[in-house]
Design a protein around this ligand. Structure first.
Ligand code: NAP
Length: 259
């Protein structure tokens, strides 16, 4: 399918690995020019080079912490005028409700709620003026169905979801489309580290922890970054113009709900 976005310019945050990389790859395949970001310069440059080689894409890299004000300013300056914004950052650490202090919440809110909001605030006016834009926020299945050990994530991402629900409807008439993409369990470094944590807590091997989690998913496997990226690219495409303020769940059927 022609996604109709060849020549558009996208910022994909936190994209040297995992789900962000999957989104960058799929957008590059659709002919989009990329601005890619991560903190570690080496992995970021290696991924950018691989994407240039595979897709012939124009890729600008900017190594910075997207959750810091200075990092965001550097990324936005390098990005210039954007048509597409994919927000993403590392998720908060797991723990128990008894562990988390006010500072832990502020950190999670900064990274997973206020950072995407700041990025949208900075980029929406240009998209609205030009009459076309797409924003996909990578959030989490935890918005629909809480993951008890990820209370910081459950809280911060719920806040972002509320913000998007209203804002998407305020800007829709200008041709700007904002939606959230909710990953269930995907085979990335993040999933491996959560398996390791679960293994330590439960006194089992990481392989057993993975098998236990796979057994809870109707498709009996973790999702892939490629599948996730292709869905993101569709949500950034010309064809997604009537999809406003939605929360698209990619979880292999793990959340057991009818709607
Ligand atoms: P990942 O495999 O750990 O990759 C994270 C990517 O983000 C890396 O490129 C990393 O590079 C970059 N990054 C992390 N923090 C950053 C920051 N502050 N500034 C800029 N770049 C940053 O993670 P993932 O599995 O793709 O997950 C992406 C998001 O989806 C996370 O928020 C995660 O909580 C959420 N999620 C994932 C799953 C899953 O199963 N994978 C499920 C639900 C939700 P550097 O470290 O070099 O910065």
């Amino acid at each position: 399918m022609d996604l109709g976005i060849k020549g558009k310019r996208a910022l994909v945050c936190a994209s040297s690995k995992g789900l962000g990389r999957g989104c960058a790859e799929a957008l590059a395949e659709a002919g989009v020019d990329l601005v890619m970001n991560a903190r570690g310069a080496e992995a970021l440059e290696a991924t950018a080079e691989a994407i240039r080689a595979t897709h012939g894409a124009n890729v600008t890299t900017i190594a910075a912490d997207i959750t810091s004000e200075d990092g965001r300013a550097a990324v936005l300056e390098a990005a210039g005028d954007l048509d597409i914004l994919v927000t993403n950052a590392g998720g908060p650490p797991p723990g128990m409700w008894t562990d988390w202090s006010r500072d832990d919440f502020i950190k999670a809110l900064d990274a997973n709620m206020l950072t995407p909001i700041a990025l949208m605030k900075a980029t929406l006016p240009g998209m609205m003026k030009r009459g076309w834009g797409r924003v996909v926020n990578i959030t989490s299945v935890s918005v629909k169905s809480p993951v008890p050990v990820l209370g910081l994530s459950n809280s911060a991402r719920a806040g972002l979801t509320g913000y998007v629900a209203g804002t998407a409807r305020q800007v829709a008439h200008t041709g700007v489309v904002i939606n959230n993409l909710l990953p269930g369990i995907h085979a990335t470094d993040r999933a491996i580290s959560l398996d390791k944590g679960a293994a330590e807590t439960q006194g089992i091997t990481p392989e057993q922890a993975k098998a236990n989690r796979e057994a809870t998913i109707p498709v009996r496997r973790y999702g892939t970054s490629e599948e996730f990226g292709q869905t993101c690219a569709f949500m950034c495409s010309q064809h997604a113009g009537f999809m406003i303020g939605q929360n698209i769940l990619l979880d292999g059927g793990a959340v057991n709900t009818t709607l």
